[in-house]
Design a protein around this ligand. Structure first.
Ligand SMILES: Cc1cc2nc3c(=O)[nH]c(=O)nc-3n(C[C@H](O)[C@H](O)[C@H](O)COP(=O)(O)O)c2cc1C
Length: 300
């Protein structure tokens, strides 16, 4: 009996643990057995290649990480020609491709190109990256736009359609409901919060783009609250993330309403953290005689 079997929209998963987009390269699979993961989410791709922001792009704060990578990626064509064949070869778990666009048509163009490709279980639609002007936040902050975008994409695919939400909005539940109404089969949340760090000695921003993305341990209470609020507002399942470092953290997210979780920044501290989390969850569930599906959303 697999006590940790999970369901995410149209997918049945062997494990409720994933890696968060942009935080984990498949080269780490040399270090542990990838079957501890339920799915693998790729780094976000865009239609054209992007060089991202200039360095410095990462800064470790007292409680988490600031990043301004700026969606660096090889672009759709190179992804399909070079990266995807490699991922297909390496991965033994379902592949979710994350993508973002500057207009609804651009999102559609990317999805249509990926639909022609084999070996993908689905998509994570990144409407939430706060680093790039016009891409991401303009989409993710407006329920009408999220609805229109999701509807267009949902009409074009039978694969898993995950919409990834930003925490940098007034009412995440309204955005989540818009994605659900548009036909998303699941949601992912949260992307990075806005963050900033300044060198008090020089007055200079620590990162090349002063307002950038904040992730890791310090955002966990925020991510947990937004997971809970969203789970109360929608019926579709949630792939939750934000500061998860331990199996105990993961359990909190399941109790709040997550159907599965992703590990991101923790992998920078310990590339084995996803494997450790899965092991801890397995032992805990076994010791308590529980299964994952019994505890999802049962916070009291
Ligand atoms: C260096 C870095 C790069 C990221 N790149 C992406 C990305 O390409 N697409 C995306 O949707 N999220 C990206 N994220 C956000 C993560 O997927 C995740 O939503 C966020 O970091 C919160 O989880 P965590 O606290 O466990 O890291 C990135 C995060 C970091 C730290």
């Amino acid at each position: 009996m697999n006590r940790l079997a999970a369901s995410l929209g149209r997918m049945e998963l062997q494990s409720p643990v994933a890696v968060a987009s942009g935080t984990f390269g498949t080269e780490y699979f040399d270090l542990f057995d990838q079957s501890v993961l339920g799915l693998y989410v790729s780094k976000t791709i865009t239609l054209q290649a992007r060089t991202g922001n200039p360095p410095p792009r990462l800064y470790e704060t007292e409680a988490g990480l600031l990043n301004a990578i700026g969606l660096q990626n090889p672009g759709l064509e190179a992804f399909i020609g070079e990266e995807l064949p490699r991922l297909r070869e390496v991965l033994k778990v379902p592949l979710i491709v994350s993508f973002s666009g500057a207009s609804i048509d651009e999102f559609v163009q990317i999805l249509l190109a990926l639909e022609k490709e084999e070996g993908l279980a689905g998509y994570e639609v990144n409407v939430s990256c706060p680093n790039v002007e016009k891409e991401g936040i303009a989409f993710g902050a407006d329920p009408d736009v999220v609805y229109a975008l999701t509807r267009r994409l949902a009409e074009l695919t039978q694969r898993e359609l995950i919409v990834k939400l930003s925490p940098n909005v007034t009412d995440i539940a309204a955005i989540a409901q818009a994605a659900e109404a548009g036909g998303a089969s699941s949601l992912a949340l949260i992307n990075t919060l806005y963050g900033m760090a300044i060198d008090w000695n020089t007055g200079k921003s620590r990162i090349s783009r002063p307002v950038c993305g904040y992730s890791g341990i310090g955002i966990k209470p925020v991510a947990l609250a937004l997971t809970y609020k969203t789970a109360q507002a929608v019926r579709i399942p949630i792939l939750a993330m934000g500061g998860i470092h331990s199996w105990q953290d993961a359990l909190e997210f399941f109790y709040a309403g997550a159907a599965a979780i992703a590990v991101g920044t923790a992998l920078y501290c310990d590339p084995l953290s996803a494997a450790r989390i899965m092991q801890g969850l397995r032992e805990h569930m076994e010791a308590r005689g529980l299964s994952l599906k019994q505890i999802i959303g049962t916070v009291s």
